[in-house]
Design a protein around this ligand. Sequence first.
Ligand code: NAP
Length: 331
Amino acid sequence: METYKANENRYSNMAYKRCGRSGLLLPPISLGLWHNFGSVDVFSQFIQIAYTAFDNGITHFDLANNYGPVYGSAEENFGRILKKGLGVYRDELVISTKAGYDMWPGPYGNWGSRKYLMASLEQSLKRMGLDYVDIFYSHRPDPETPVEETMGALADIVRQGKALYVGISNYNAEQTKEALAILKEYRVPCLIHQARYSMLDRWTEPDLLPLLKEEGVGMIAFSPLAQGLLTDKYLDGIPENSRAAKSTGHLQREQVTERVVNKIRRLNEIAVSRGQTLAEMAIAWLLKDERVTSVLVGASSVGQLMDNLKALQNVEFTSEELQRIEIVLSE
Ligand SMILES: NC(=O)c1ccc[n+]([C@@H]2O[C@H](COP(=O)([O-])OP(=O)(O)OC[C@H]3O[C@@H](n4cnc5c(N)ncnc54)[C@H](OP(=O)(O)O)[C@@H]3O)[C@@H](O)[C@H]2O)c1
């Protein structure tokens, strides 16, 4: 493979968004490596997805310690991609990783202790061949560990220079409020909250999004396509090689119900009337909300990523379109 040279026009078509009240700008679409970059996937394919992302202005790549499968392999593979050429652009990249879910056996490889977070980040840096990550997250709240300990570990990680910013993920509004207050006391503000948000899952709307806006914290929406459901992929059954068909995928066959498929069909009609694919419309629908800093997509091919990027060409909705969508979603 030739040495990678990034597209010189990579910044021409991307309007970056400020992450909360911070100095950091993020692309409205970021790339997540939860699936498709593990040891079960094909290197020559996913390196092209990463290059295509960066060539099109996607500067933010999101990982976690246990992304793969196998655990750790997405970080290892991303390290290889950096080594192959992307790493030349390290100062143009925002790389995030997380700890909070099951990673290694025994009492120190899960949840939110200082012991786990510190050790896990050390391992993540080694796997990726990095001195620091841009954002380090507590991946989920831990009901058994004092939140002061988890947030204290995040603050110290920033002070040690191992992460430039910190974030939290999967914390509900109440837990978020508490975490933000503690981080403020440590004078390490929370940069960003990473939460599941899509047309099919709107739990963030009543309390979390207003809180983040008030507190000046950015929001990055994960699984914006509901793992592929909000695309035209499942309109006529479950295709081979799709996430729902794969044994390593987190989308289960049982989630592709007749009721969901009916909804998707009707959403697809609205998308077509807007001149978009359903994937494009689902991403645009999230980005119409100025509180959403970035939409964190996954992609199993370069074609999917390019389709998702097209969402940026039209993120405006008429009130009639929004109403039509609302009717489908509320049924
Ligand atoms: N913080 C957390 O707890 C958490 C949890 C989950 C995810 N995340 C983050 O969010 C990222 C994205 O999550 P996700 O992968 O679930 O996001 P997603 O964008 O909702 O789903 C991605 C999947 O949808 C399908 N797809 C994507 N674009 C498509 C297109 N244009 N047309 C048809 N199908 C398309 C592909 O599935 P096929 O493989 O079937 O082709 C792809 O793998 C993750 O990588 C991770 O960084 C974070």
